[in-house]
Ligand binder design. Structure first.
Ligand SMILES: [Zn+2]
Length: 287
């Protein structure tokens, strides 16, 4: 920490010697849960916005997407750190002006001294995170990673599992279970060509978000994802695989409720308040 910053902090009444819950400390814990090095190489993850003057992190705000509406909520709630699953900054920004919503996000965060961290594919690729959460929609004992990384077979995206249940689980049951698990009212369903709603689901594969490339060709009775292209859905049902689609972020957002507890355990500090966004929602709504 520079001398100038320390003087500035002392002038504002902070004692830097015992500054607990620093941003650096919390980022370290987040990386301990899902190392940003395990994210896909094309991704943009980790600490994306760091205000110039450090301060203790007392309020952490969780959202799937950081829209202007969600950021407004975070500012109102006096958040110190936003964890946004999807990175709001993805490609290079040449200016930080008020002309586009993306750069307004950066500007508002800095002005309100709010830090921003995005885990994205580091969560997709780690055990105990978003992929395993979505797989919990259907009962199973263990799951396998669909696309393991070359360096570590326990890192990678997509999960495939055998259903483990005392009574058979049908496609109709699976639809209800997915709705309950993700907390959504409606899903889109495509039924495998030789199947019905009463067909038993013995195996299933999941991919939160956009599942087409991960799920393609995977042997299972059912795919569960957020979105897939029309042609990939046609391909799946002609391979006799049924498909349940929740809308992109509806297949991800529910994980934040589980992560809230995970984070509370990681931080082990009851003085830090963790809030779930109330305005974060999928932009597509079924009428
Ligand atoms: Zn996504």
């Amino acid at each position: 920490m520079s001398e100038k910053i320390i003087k500035h902090l002392i002038a504002r009444g902070f004692s830097t010697t015992n500054m607990v819950n620093s941003l650096g400390e919390i980022v370290q814990k987040l990386n301990g849960f899902a190392d940003v090095k395990t994210a896909e190489s094309w991704d943009n993850v980790g600490l994306l916005i760091e205000p110039a003057t450090p301060k203790p992190i007392q309020k952490i705000f969780l959202t799937n997407d950081l829209t202007e509406k969600v950021l407004h909520e975070a500012v109102e709630k006096k958040t110190d750190l936003i964890i946004s699953y999807h990175p709001p900054i993805f490609s290079g920004l040449k200016t930080i002006t008020q002309k586009s919503w993306k750069t307004r996000l950066v500007s508002v965060c800095l002005e309100n001294r709010i830090a921003l961290y995005s885990p994205h594919t580091s969560w997709d690729n780690n055990r105990g995170a978003i992929g395993d959460w979505l797989a919990k929609a259907l009962p199973h004992k263990e799951s396998h990673i669909i696309l393991p990384s070359a360096e570590n077979s326990n890192i990678g995206c997509g999960r495939v599992a055998q259903v483990e249940s005392n009574t058979p689980i049908t496609l109709a049951d699976s639809i209800e279970r997915v709705k309950k698990h993700t907390g959504i009212r409606t899903v889109q369903v495509a039924i495998g060509v030789n199947k019905t709603l009463n067909s038993t689901v013995n195996s299933f594969a999941v991919c939160p978000g956009s599942g087409s490339s991960v799920l393609k060709g995977v042997q299972a009775d059912l795919y569960i994802s957020g979105e897939m292209s029309h042609h990939d859905v046609l391909e799946a049902i002609h391979n006799n695989v049924s498909v349940i689609l929740c809308n992109h972020s509806n297949s991800e957002r529910g994980y934040l409720t589980e992560f809230k507890d995970t984070l509370a355990n990681l931080l082990d500090d009851s003085s830090i308040e963790i809030q779930l966004s109330e305005s974060d929602a999928d932009p597509l709504v079924t009428y």
